[in-house]
Design a binder for this molecule. Structure first.
Ligand code: NAP
Length: 312
């Protein structure tokens, strides 16, 4: 491990990671960004982002992330595509990382590892994954297997409403299965969904089993109020029930809550001095592109201030 430690390594390349990269690059710290397997993060799986300020007509999620990446690179960020952190040792500085089997050291670390899709946890869901079960309507909705077929979306938040509305372009009909009798989604999204003639709400219902041998043919639902069951025929099941933070590799090394969200002690500072956090991996309240970007900015400023105070 003879290489000089980096000044700043950023894990993740969503809004939080790339904004941290922009700010630390402009502070001439030449940050290294490890993108992980999904460069651009979850926003690349969204269609039009309508609530990121500065884009009155909205902007395509992937385009927004490519813009952020190029903006950070313009000031000297080193974006390593596909690089995945396998292990970390945060017991002393410089921190030690294992990245694609190779060692790396860094004086400060910004964790912006985001969150992944929550699963229902059914055996049939795992068995039929990519055979009609998917977690991303934007990515998979236009596949021929879903064209002019009935489709099921599971969830009651903004993601589920967005996916259901998007899927009405392709499916013959969309069933939105929610476990309660009221949507969690924002008012505007909920209204759009409830007014859409191609979406049929299935309230108070939970998926007991996804049916099909080599591809999805339907779902078996249980009404949790009446305890009755029904089968709905469909060619696809789009699971949109929220997210879980990508923080597994930091367990036992950083303070986090029971759900795995990394604790911020003060500002962007974690329980280990020199390790900062930003975005969905530490935020279960706001979870917006713009709040993630703001947290990325804060993390970069704090890392820069720490490094500056140590070099005096
Ligand atoms: P969310 O707001 O956490 O909603 C998750 C939904 O899934 C809830 O309705 C929840 O039901 C349901 N659910 C959770 N676990 C379940 C399970 N095991 N079985 C069945 N249903 C389950 O997640 P989200 O919709 O992904 O949204 C996350 C954040 O991103 C939110 O802040 C949202 O505003 C934002 N977002 C914004 C946009 C946009 O503005 N364009 C688009 C997508 C997401 P309960 O309601 O009963 O808890």
């Amino acid at each position: 491990m003879s290489q000089e430690p980096e000044q700043i390594v950023i894990i993740g390349s969503g809004c939080a990671g790339l904004t941290a990269a922009l700010y630390s690059a402009r502070a001439q710290l030449a940050p290294t960004v490890l993108t992980g397997a999904m460069p651009g993060g979850l926003l690349t799986t969204t269609s039009i982002v309508e609530n990121y300020p500065g884009f009155p007509e909205g902007i395509d999620g992937t385009e927004l992330m490519i813009n952020m990446q190029q903006q950070a690179e313009r000031f000297g960020a080193n974006v390593k595509f596909g690089s995945t952190v396998e292990a970390v040792d945060l017991s002393e500085r410089p921190f030690k990382l294992t990245v694609d089997g190779e060692p790396m050291q860094t004086q400060t670390l910004i964790i912006a590892s985001g969150a992944g899709h929550r699963h229902l946890g059914l055996d049939s869901e795992a068995r039929l994954d990519k055979k009609g079960v998917t977690y991303c309507a934007t990515c998979d909705g236009a596949l021929p297997m879903f064209r002019d077929q009935p489709l099921v979306v599971v969830g009651g938040g903004d993601s589920a409403c967005e996916e259901a509305t998007f899927l009405t372009r392709f499916g013959s009909k969309v069933y939105l299965v929610h476990r309660r009798d009221e949507l969690r989604a924002s008012k505007i999204m909920a209204e759009r969904t409830l007014e859409n003639d191609k979406i049929e709400m299935v309230w108070d219902s939970e998926v007991e089993e996804i049916l099909g041998d080599d591809k999805v043919s339907g779902v078996r639902l249980r009404n949790n109020k009446t305890e009755t069951e029904q089968t709905v025929e469909c060619a696809g099941v789009f699971v949109a029930i929220g997210h879980v933070p990508n923080t597994q590799i930091f367990k036992e090394q950083l303070e986090m809550d029971d759900a795995g969200y990394i604790t911020r002690i003060e500002g962007a500072q974690t329980s280990v001095p020199g390790v900062f956090v930003a975005g969905d991996c530490s935020d279960k309240v706001y979870r917006q592109a713009v709040t993630a970007a703001g947290m990325g900015c804060a993390a970069a400023i704090e890392a820069e201030r720490l490094l500056a105070s140590e070099s005096q």
